[in-house]
Design a protein around this ligand. Structure first.
Ligand SMILES: [Zn+2]
Length: 92
């Protein structure tokens, strides 16, 4: 049995037709900075921050001195979702 495909290649606009897909965003949008698929239920770093993922935005804001983002990023580092420097770990 083949490994399930969690993040299929982006398609032209249209509803997801593979019932096994975990994609919530029907447009299959991806982060403009790193290409991470946005809006994936199982990936907290995939939150759509205006076309970029939280993985990228959180790191940028935290390194820019945003305390709220720094706190959240630190928690995500602790949870193993990010590398120690705050960069997002790959999504697959
Ligand atoms: Zn990103």
């Amino acid at each position: 049995m083949r490994k399930p495909r969690l993040y299929p290649a982006p398609r032209q606009h249209g509803p997801a037709d593979d019932t096994g897909d975990l994609i919530l965003n029907p447009a299959h949008a991806r982060c403009g900075m790193c290409g991470r698929p946005l809006g994936i239920a199982t990936d907290p770093l995939s939150t759509d921050c205006g076309g970029d993922c939280w993985g990228c935005i959180g790191e940028a804001e935290a390194s820019g001195g945003d305390r709220e983002s720094r706190t959240k990023v630190d928690l995500e580092i602790g949870a193993g979702m990010r590398n120690a420097d705050g960069t997002a770990k790959p999504w697959e």
